[in-house]
Each structure stands twice: as C-alpha cells, then as structure tokens.
Design a binder for this molecule. Sequence first.
Ligand code: ARG
Ligand code: ZN
Length: 426
Amino acid sequence: MSTLLIWFVFMSLNILLKTGHCTRIRDEILSITPKTEEQVDILKNVSTEYKVDNETVLWQPASAEYIREEMQVHLFVPANSSGTVKDLLKKHHITHEVLLDNANELIELQMRNASTDPRSSSTFYERYHSLEDIYDWINRTAQDNPRTVKAILIGSSYEKRPLYVLKLSFNDRPNKTAMWIDCGIHAREWIAPAFCLWFVHYSLSFYGQNTDITHILNSMDVYILPVLNPDGYKYTWTGERMWRKNRSISKATNCFGVDLNRNFDANWCTKGASHNPCSEIYCGEFPESEPESQAVADFLRRHKDTVQLYVSIHSYSQMLLFPYSCTLEEAENHSDLLEMAQEAAQNIRRYYRNTYRYGAGAATIYLAPGGSDDWAYNLGIKYSFTFELQDRGNKGFLLPPSHIAGACNEALLGVKIIALKVIEKT
Ligand code: ARG
Ligand code: ZN
C-alpha cells in the first residue's frame, strides 16, 4: 500500500515537472502598447493597483499618468504577480511582449564587481559602483590631479550626504566659459553616474591626444556632478533597485521622495507633474524644496555668467532633448538647438550605428515641468540638453556592465559635438 502511495507521488511530481508547472516563474519586464482608451485605463490600473509589496513598477513612462494610446509601456512584473497580471491583460485582449525575464540575474550582474571582485576583469570604468566607491573615486581623482581637478562641495542631500562637483580646468585663460554636466538625478538610472566617471576619465586621459576634447578643455572649464541624488542612488543599491526619486519623507502620507527633475522652478507642478507625494513624479512642496535641487540651482546661479552649456544625463530610451519640456512653446533658439541635437544624433548613428531620437522635450516625449534643463535654460544658459542614454528598453535600467563602454562612448561623442558647436557660436 505504502509503495503504491510513494509511486503515485513520484509520478505526479514527474508529470508536474515535465509539463512545466514547476518551472520557476521569474520576474519579467513586459512591453505593452495600448490601442484603445479602455486598454490605456487597464494599463494605468495594472501599474498602480496591482502592486505587490509595492513592487510592480512602471519602467516607462515614469508615471501612469503619462500612458496614452499607441505609447510603448514597459512594466516590471514580479514573479508572484505574473499570473494575475497576464490573465488580466488576456481578458482585455491586450497583447504583450516579454522584454526580459532575467531581471534578478541582471541585477546581480550589475552589482558584481563592484570594487574589487576578482571575477571581474573589466576596468573600473566599465563597472557600476556603489556610492561609497564613487566618493572614494572623487577624492582620489582630485588628489591625483591637483593641477587640473578640484572637488567643490556645493551642498548636501536630504540625508546629509555631501554633493561634490568636480571642476576640470586645464588652463587659466581669461574669459573662459564653462559647461556643466550632472548625472544620476534619477536614482535607478545607473548608467548616468557611470557616464560622469567616464567623461572625467576620458578628459584626463585624452587631453592633448584627442583634438576635440583638447579644444573643448582649452576653451571651457567643466563642472561635473557625478551623483546629483546620492540618497536615492544609495537606496537603489541597498533597498529598492527601481527607486527614482530622492528620499525626503512626506509626513502627511508617509511616502518617500520628490522627483528632483520636477522640483525646479520652470512652470513648476503644472501638467506632467504631481502634487501627490506618493507619485513617481511628485514635484515637492515648492520649487527647490529639496536640498539637492537647491544646491544645483544655487551653484548655477552663482556661475551663470560663465556656464554656457548645461547637460543632464539620464537613461533610458536613447534621446537627446532640449527645452522646452515644461510647455509646448518653442524655445527662442529652437532651430539652433535642433541643429546641434541633430548633428550629435547623426554622428552617433554614423560612428556607433545607434539611433538617438531628438527634439524639444514636451513635443518628443511628454510635458514634464520643473526640470533642471528648462530651469537652466530660463536662467540664461541657452544651450541646455538632456541625454537619455542606452538602451531602448531591452535591458532598460538593468543595462549590463559590458554595455557601459558603448553607451558612454556614443553619448560622449554627442556631448563633444554639442560643446564644439557652443564654442563656435560664442
Ligand atoms: N525622462 C525625463 C523625465 O521624465 C525627461 C527629462 C526631460 N526634461 C525635462 N525637463 N522633463 O524627467
Ligand atoms: Zn531620468
């Protein structure tokens, strides 16, 4: 009798395994393009209501409010809600494509390294780094290059972490202009801080070797803020990988975080931002309510007479955006900006065979007021760009370390072309 029972259990287990009922369901990223108003509403619901442990996360667009017909939506679906979400989509005849089903492995791959993992053979700049490592790198870089690099403390974050800007200055020509680059305003966009490190390393290595960077650094000082949102960045390494905002707490709701790229004084908190502290695009209590955005704005106000070019690095989607994002109106020098973005994109395509879309922010993606680029533009920095680096959603925020070099090199080419144009024009 008992042998029979054991046999029965064994056979059923076997059948279960063979039919795949026991294969582990994994976290997935789905790509969905809603075709009707109804499907838009369903998707909005799925991405907000179906959170399990607050885990279902919209990768693209940044917030459900932006979802429209025919827009490609990228949704992170944790393994345990995969069934529910897929059933729901099926019920409403919404088709989906699985972009990625190995999120956990990719996360592990991104964190591997990080400082001195012997398994990793790639160089320092082809890996992602923890916040602590980036602080060490900032110190070391300034110490090792006392004549050309200075670390400037411009303020501190909500959780009181220092905000350091590196100033690259290769000569003291009179009337030198400057450019600004910030990275990591959104915490989960790890390729952004990696780009800032890449840019500094490239400048220090190729000044005097590469004509373009030499010309740029002879004409301009460069201010680089490698991690604009250190609290958020830290939290993506230790808490939630997909965190976007900073980490200030709203007492009224107990929700964390202000979207720092909605916290600047450019049509602040109009359509495309939210007053709800729990939203991914929460604009904060008032413009520059956050210490991070205030520190950046204060620094740029103090240096607005020299800074001619503002660049902000984000990911993902491969785009090159310029003002305005906070209104559908055209910027006064729209045709200049368009021409510069176009030339950058054309060169990226030519040399790296990669496509960057470009245009004014509001017209190209969506209305997004309170952004740093529009604010800097209105301050008088007439050349202001936001780069969205690789990729187009295939790996999204989980871009593997092996892609860092490619992503950074093509964006670097874009920055160089734009900087050369600015020098030519001013
Ligand atoms: N994806 C970025 C965001 O939503 C785009 C930034 C473009 N610039 C802007 N001012 N919104 O923040
Ligand atoms: Zn971003």
